[in-house]
Design a binder for this molecule. Structure first.
Ligand SMILES: [Zn+2]
Length: 86
């Protein structure tokens, strides 16, 4: 039954994709770098003005505040920063 084989293949593929997705989510949880953590090669580090953590620019959450770009480790810090400023 070739159809059955196809279904199994599709299920395996979907399972593989889900595992990959979960891994990516897990990796994102630890994206807040400490200063002493080695950034990936050649990447600029930016400092979160709220929690003072350094994050790679490409992973930072960018928000323009008073015409200046501020980089945060995540949208949560950005919101807390903004609410503290008020
Ligand atoms: Zn932060």
């Amino acid at each position: 039954m070739i159809l059955k084989v196809l279904v199994i293949l599709v299920l395996l593929y979907v399972g593989y994709r889900i595992v990959r997705m979960l891994r990516r989510v897990k990796a994102r949880d630890v994206k807040g770098y400490r200063v002493d953590a080695k950034p990936s090669k050649g990447e600029d580090l930016v400092q979160d003005p709220f929690c003072k953590i350094y994050v790679p620019k490409s992973q930072a959450y960018v928000k323009e505040i008073n015409g200046r770009e501020q980089y945060f480790c995540g949208s949560e810090c950005c919101e807390k920063y903004l609410s503290e400023k008020k």
